[in-house]
Design a protein around this ligand. Structure first.
Ligand code: ZN
Length: 209
């Protein structure tokens, strides 16, 4: 091992010691609904919890809908709670091709110009504007943000390693908030691109603004 290799190895060890892996949450396609839209799709029902998610404010509900686009439909897309001000459909780009919708890659909540899709249940059918592919991001506490030297909206680079399909994701948005816990959110396309498995580790490698 020469000097440079030794340096690289020490740097890697220091990084691993000072920055244990960031948990990775893979977001399957899902839907956020306004209370009004929920009541239309599920008349007389209340949103009930299927399971907690890692972010304390969020949960998966027991409700599922069919998402319909011009070229196809995706059944059984889960509704996440709590209610949002505005309904929003989050799909992978693969889903978008499947149903014929050209999805913009956006942060959650930014729906300007996002295409409309139809949501269908046994009881009703509504049109929602819009559908997006969620921009990958890292939830973190305010203390985490300090530790990593990042602020809300910063673009960071995150390496995902599992020995098989190592990948650096650039343009990952930092999302510090008081009630957030450390977790990287990527969608199923991104998880597959990285060959993600249970022992995969994510690590912030730089600020790539
Ligand atoms: Zn998220």
């Amino acid at each position: 091992m020469n000097d440079n290799e030794l340096r690289a190895l020490i740097k890697q060890i220091v990084e691993e010691e000072t920055q244990p892996g960031i948990p990775i949450g893979v977001s399957n396609h899902h839907i956020h609904l306004s209370e009004e839209d929920f009541e239309t799709l599920f008349p007389g029902q209340k949103m009930t919890k299927f399971k907690n998610l890692r972010q304390p404010a969020d949960f998966a509900s027991n409700s599922k809908v069919t998402v319909v686009g011009p070229k196809g439909e995706i059944p059984g897309v889960r509704v996440l709670g709590p209610y949002r001000k505005q309904s929003q459909v989050e799909l992978s780009l693969t889903d978008g091709f499947q149903i014929g919708v050209n999805l913009p890659v956006r942060m959650s909540g930014n729906l300007d110009g996002a295409p409309s899709v139809t949501l269908k249940t046994d009881a009703a059918e509504i049109t929602v504007a819009g559908a997006i592919a969620a921009k990958r991001h890292v939830h973190m506490s305010l203390e985490d943000a300090k530790k990593y030297g990042v602020k809300l909206g910063d673009n960071i680079a995150v390496e995902v390693t599992n020995g098989k399909r190592r990948l650096v994701f650039n343009d990952v948005v930092a999302r510090p908030r008081e009630d957030f816990v450390l977790e990287m959110h990527i969608d199923t396309d991104e998880a597959n691109a990285a060959g993600l498995s249970k022992d995969s580790i994510a690590r912030i490698i730089s600020d790539n603004n």
